[in-house]
Design a protein around this ligand. Structure first.
Ligand code: 1HE
Length: 269
């Protein structure tokens, strides 16, 4: 795969991001392997540009990293020059960009390998499905660097692994390996070395076949329901269920199943 971005696909991306289009799937590669895909400002703002300019006919995104590691997190060389107000705005900038990923138009599948640390883990946690190769390991080294997470980890990670486990990760600087990460919910799939991208593309292709309305409900409505009180949640669910089933495409798919033209649910498929 070429190490240069494809400018014809999405314009104005920094050289640290490379894109490729495969039908309805967009591939987005962190392409700064020399710095272990550390996330500097141009890269984070480039992520925002990418998700803002995603063509309407793209139905899912696959995010992955070049080289030996998914991402070494925040570019630490940028940190030393920031004062307190700048630090606040910088963190809020990451929040804005990662929110555009989590609550964007299309689901994002991340293929992870090697280090998924600090801001790299925050980025992966903002995506919707995560595949880990066996080399993957996770850490929040902010504690030992004398800083604090700033890319949304305090909000997203406790929802994945719990407050206590995140607390302990930050206090002790421990790492979790790929198998542990699978058990904890940091990844959804564990695959052999070199298989992450292919698995992520396979998942993205399945996701792309869902109706846009179902993907919207899963990405935008489900997490809001999960954060709301049960009584409101049930009402929201009822409304969303009715809206989804009213869609012509949903009716056509249900009819196809009843007429034995649609696949059955099969374990292992
Ligand atoms: C970097 C960064 C970086 C590497 N910022 N330049 N993140 C961390 O604390 C993780 C820091 N990185 C590492 O622990 C290691 O680099 C790795 C385990 C990821 C990879 O090790 P290795 O041996 O393959 O690479 P390396 O030799 O350490 O690094 C290669 C180059 O990348 C080197 O630069 P060079 O010019 O000397 O070649 C490193 O300086 C550079 N590099 N990681 C800048 N992170 C919104 S708040 C989020 C807060 C955080 O994310 S804190 C966690 C930061």
């Amino acid at each position: 795969m070429a190490d240069v971005p494809d400018p014809s696909f999405i314009a104005d991306l920094p050289p640290s991001l490379a894109t490729e289009r495969r039908g309805a799937i967009a591939l987005l590669r962190l392409a700064r392997a020399g710095k272990r895909n550390a996330l500097d400002d141009p890269t984070v703002l480039g992520l925002e540009t990418f998700f803002e300019r995603l063509p309407e006919d793209i139905r899912a995104v696959v995010l992955y990293g070049e080289g030996e590691h998914f991402s070494a997190g925040l570019d630490l060389s940028e940190l030393s020059t920031r004062d307190v107000p700048e630090g606040i705005h910088h963190s809020r900038m990451w929040h804005r960009v990662f929110d555009k990923i989590q609550f964007g138009r299309v689901p994002v599948v991340t293929a992870m390998h090697g280090a998924v640390v600090g801001g790299g883990l925050e980025l992966a946690a903002a995506t919707h499905a995560r595949v880990a190769e066996r080399s993957t390991y996770y850490a929040l080294p902010e504690g030992s660097r004398g800083i604090y997470v700033g890319g949304g980890a305090s909000v997203r990670l406790p929802r994945l692994i719990g407050v206590s486990r995140m607390m302990e990760m930050m206090l002790t600087g421990r790492t979790y390996g790929a198998e542990e990460g699978l058990a904890l919910g940091l990844s959804h799939y564990l695959v052999e070395p070199g298989q992450g991208l292919a698995k992520a593309i396979e998942l993205a292709e399945r996701i792309a076949q869902n109706t846009a309305l179902t993907n919207f409900a899963v990405m935008h409505v489900l997490p809001r329901i999960a954060e709301s009180d049960p009584a409101s949640g049930y009402v929201m669910e009822a409304l969303m269920a009715a809206i989804a089933q009213g869609d012509d495409e949903a009716k056509a798919r249900l009819q196809a199943f009843l007429e034995k033209r649609a696949p059955k649910v099969a374990h292992g498929s």
